[in-house]
Write a protein that binds this ligand. Structure first.
Ligand SMILES: NC(=O)c1ccc[n+]([C@@H]2O[C@H](COP(=O)([O-])OP(=O)(O)OC[C@H]3O[C@@H](n4cnc5c(N)ncnc54)[C@H](O)[C@@H]3O)[C@@H](O)[C@H]2O)c1
Length: 325
């Protein structure tokens, strides 16, 4: 039974709480928030104990793991505090907004012998999980290219930093590129601000992977939430897979036939709506820790996302291809 406490009782904290509470091998014991009414209300709804600071929660509860679900620019301190206390941590994305902070978190987890995880939940939709299984089973042969689009309404979030779109939203897309095609060797990036928001709201990125595969990605806050926001195609020497909207449909197109396999996950299964993927990831996190296995998404995955973002910025500003790590 994994004993868990959560830091942050906002809207996304509620999604995390639901996921922990719905697992039979997890005991969600406590929540904390700097705003006492939020901590009290959430604790009462969950049947958990309320605290107004992480330090107080850590001092009074015997926890195995801590979830950190606070605003993007505030991840560092609560994560470090939990790691320092010897707790496993699952923090929301992006791991941090600065590479030096991400590196310190990864190093602290290693020093303390605990696991650090980042909520790249999009890996855990039913269609993305199946796409991964098909690729690993060799259905596509050797991978040749990936084409990924993630576009929705925006600007979103609280920051007005010019590159915030890459940190807030596209960090998910960069993780999916690595999840399906492996490490990025080099990339080139162009950014646009067609509405004059002062934020680079659209990105076009070309990538080369260490495997030899290539990729192209469009990421944008200049679209809307009213239509499908994602599309992915991964092609190999034997066929290609197309994933519609990250959730709704997976198609397998083998090269040697005109027949197509089309899969729509049953609406009665979990993992078919966006927030189900939180549950999928958090359940996998709980099960890995209970079994003493590595967690499925690591602090290193979080750090790699930031390194890819910084490479995009360097490429855009320097008008040249950049190696991210
Ligand atoms: N994975 C996804 O698809 C996805 C989607 C949306 C948001 N997010 C991420 O979720 C995170 C949280 O988002 P949110 O909308 O719930 O934020 P929020 O700001 O609405 O809520 C965060 C809460 O944490 C509390 N808090 C802040 N610092 C604290 C501290 N040190 N100790 C205790 N409490 C503290 C705040 O008082 C607030 O109540 C962000 O990192 C965001 O990027 C992820």
């Amino acid at each position: 039974m994994l004993k868990v406490g959560l830091v942050g009782c906002g809207g996304i904290g509620l999604r995390h709480a639901d996921a922990y509470q719905s697992h039979s091998a997890c005991d969600l014991r406590a929540v904390c928030d700097l705003v006492p009414e939020r901590a009290e209300a959430r604790a009462e709804a969950l049947g958990a104990k309320a605290y107004y600071s992480e330090a107080e929660m850590l001092a009074n509860e015997d926890l195995d793991a801590v979830g950190v679900i606070v605003a993007d620019n505030l991840h560092f301190e609560p994560v470090m505090e939990a790691l320092e206390a010897g707790k496993h941590v699952l923090v929301e994305k992006p791991l941090a907004l600065r590479i030096d902070q991400a590196q310190q978190m990864v190093a602290k987890a290693q020093e303390k012998g605990v696991q650090l995880a980042v909520n790249y939940n999009r890996r855990f939709s039913q269609v993305n999980l199946r796409a991964k299984r098909e690729i690993e089973a060799g259905t596509l042969g050797d991978l040749a290219y990936i084409m990924l689009k993630l576009s929705q309404g925006g600007p979103y979030g609280t920051s007005k930093e010019p590159y915030y779109h890459l940190y807030e939203l596209q960090v998910h897309a960069f993780d999916l590129l690595r999840y399906f095609c492996g490490e990025v060797e080099e990339l080139s990036c162009e950014l646009g601000d067609v509405r004059g928001t002062g934020i680079w709201t659209s990105a076009a990125i070309n990538l080369k992977f260490t495997s030899g595969a290539v990729g192209t990605m469009i990421g944008s806050w200049d679209s809307s939430f009213n239509h499908p926001i994602e599309y992915m195609e991964v092609c190999g020497t034997r066929g290609y897979i197309a994933v519609e909207n990250g959730l709704t449909e997976l198609r397998i197109h083998p090269h040697d036939t005109e027949d197509i396999t089309v899969w729509h996950p049953s609406p009665f299964h979990e993992g078919t709506r966006f927030f189900d993927s939180f549950r999928g990831h958090i359940h996998a996190f709980i099960e890995a820790l209970n079994a003493g296995r590595p967690v499925p998404v690591t602090g290193l995955d979080g750090l790699r996302g930031l390194q890819i973002i910084e490479a995009c910025i360097a490429s855009f500003e320097g008008h040249q291809p950049v190696k991210p790590y």
